[in-house]
Ligand binder design. Structure first.
Ligand code: PMP
Length: 439
């Protein structure tokens, strides 16, 4: 018997024995290709010598010191580096232990910012349906992921949701991307006006929607319009780059490709690349200045803020991505993987859409390709695909599309940036074999 709290399986999953490059191996010696980097975590693959060495060296120096008393050299170095690489204006960094923590901090900071400025009535958060911002209560409320929210609905704060930017299902026939983006921006503006602009504190969105939609970027121009609306009404733009950030889409921050900079940005997953539990919230100088001029401190905190060993790991991850230029591989390898997916599944009867950016790609699975009909949720396509792929030796990230009955099942791919063309071939073959078993 295992005393480890079970996750989704009733039977004990294989025991992982070691990781090397893009593969994980279980104790029987079976190899699993990391097609989704866990959940878009392992951007460097396993056993990266530089990251391991940096963390070991930090453990030998000082593993932990509480930020109530000390800062540390790796925490300072990480913040400096992130600011030097971040979109214009983001210049303070709050280092936490994961994505939900980063997003919780983002929301609390937004509220405190308005309070410090005397705008006490700004209490409303607007986010998007079919979004995921984490599993702690505040960010669970912020996300629009129906099945994750359902059991806890009575405990959740009231958050307002508008439509996601989901061209495959959201665009009207005959509508251009430009018109679609404008329509969604108008929907946000209408909600702001209905709530009263002086009551809205923040708009929250993932630049490329990960877990709930399967790598769905916004149409060109959408985020620029959203930025304008936020500016017009003094609303903070919080971008959740926990999954799509840290190079996953081909630029270090996904929002660079949308031509906008947020007021607050959350990152995690790829920042630690699986070597360290770490996340960070970046905010603008203006927000920091308001806190500094007001109460003087951000009324928040966790024990593992700025954890030195995690920060040392994250600094090394950034060295690998930027200095060793692994980031440069993302766009070309992403194009190679996308072309292979289109080649193999582009005319598949049950693959409705292939989308994403860089090495963050998604396939939407449908019962009827022409009508875009989703599979009946009772078929449990996503769960079966995950199991079939795993049996083939492929880790991918399928999700059920039952949310609001508005989408199909999808499978998310987010392999390590060290992926080669051979790995692309193996990934596509294994996914094909798994799909054939399930459909
Ligand atoms: N935001 C997004 C966009 C995510 O994908 C996730 C994790 N899947 C989170 C927040 C929460 O991160 P964590 O699981 O590290 O708390």
């Amino acid at each position: 018997m295992s005393h480890v709290f079970p996750r989704h399986t009733r039977s004990l999953p294989p025991v992982v024995a070691r990781g090397e490059g893009v593969y994980l191996y279980d104790t029987t010696g079976k190899a699993y290709l990391g097609g989704s980097g866990g959940a878009a975590v392992s951007c460097l693959g396993h056993g990266d010598a530089k990251v391991v060495a940096a963390m070991k060296a930090q453990l030998d120096t000082v593993a932990f010191a509480h930020t109530g008393f000390f800062t540390s050299e790796p925490a300072e170095r990480l913040a400096d580096r992130l600011v030097s690489l971040a979109p214009e204006g983001l210049d303070r960094v709050y280092v936490v232990a994961g994505g939900s923590e980063a997003m919780e901090a983002a929301i609390k900071l937004a509220r405190q910012y308005h309070l410090e400025k005397g705008e006490t009535g700004r209490v409303n958060i607007i986010a998007r349906r079919q979004s995921y911002h984490g599993n702690t209560l505040g960010v669970l409320a912020t996300g629009g992921n129906a099945w994750r929210r359902a059991p806890f609905a009575p405990l959740l704060i009231d958050v307002h949701h508008v439509s996601p930017c989901y061209a495959y299902r959201g665009m009207e026939p005959g509508e251009t991307e430009e018109q679609y983006g404008a329509r969604l921006a108008a929907e946000l503006e209408t909600m702001v006006q209905e709530l009263g602009p002086e009551t809205v504190m923040a708009f929250v969105a993932e630049p490329v929607v990960g877990a709930t939609l399967g790598a769905v970027p916004a149409v060109p121009g959408y985020f620029r319009r959203i930025r304008e609306i936020c500016d017009r009404y003094g609303i903070l733009l919080i971008l959740d780059e926990v999954m799509c950030g840290m190079g996953r889409t081909g630029t270090l921050f996904a929002c660079e490709q949308d031509g906008v900079a947020p007021d607050i940005c959350a990152i995690a997953k790829g920042l630690g690349a699986g070597y360290a539990p770490i996340g960070a919230m970046l905010c603008s100088a203006g927000i920091y200045a308001a806190i500094e001029a007001g109460s003087g401190f951000f009324q928040h905190g966790h024990t593992y803020l700025g954890h030195p060993t995690s920060c040392a790991g994250a600094c090394a991850v950034l060295e690998r991505l930027v200095d060793d230029r692994l980031l440069d591989r993302v766009a070309p390898m992403g194009a190679t993987l996308r072309a292979a997916l289109v080649d193999r599944f582009g005319r598949h009867a049950n693959v409705g859409d292939i989308r994403g950016r860089g090495l963050f790609l998604g396939l939407e699975l449908v019962a009827d390709r022409d009508r875009r009909t989703a599979f009946d949720p009772s078929r449990g396509i996503a769960g079966k695909l995950k199991a079939a792929a795993f049996a083939e030796g492929l880790i991918c990230y399928p999700m059920s599309g039952t949310i609001d009955g508005q989408q199909g099942d999808h499978v998310l791919l987010a392999p390590p940036f060290i992926l080669t063309e051979d790995h692309v071939g193996e990934l596509v073959d294994k996914l094909d074999a798994a799909l054939a078993k399930v459909l």
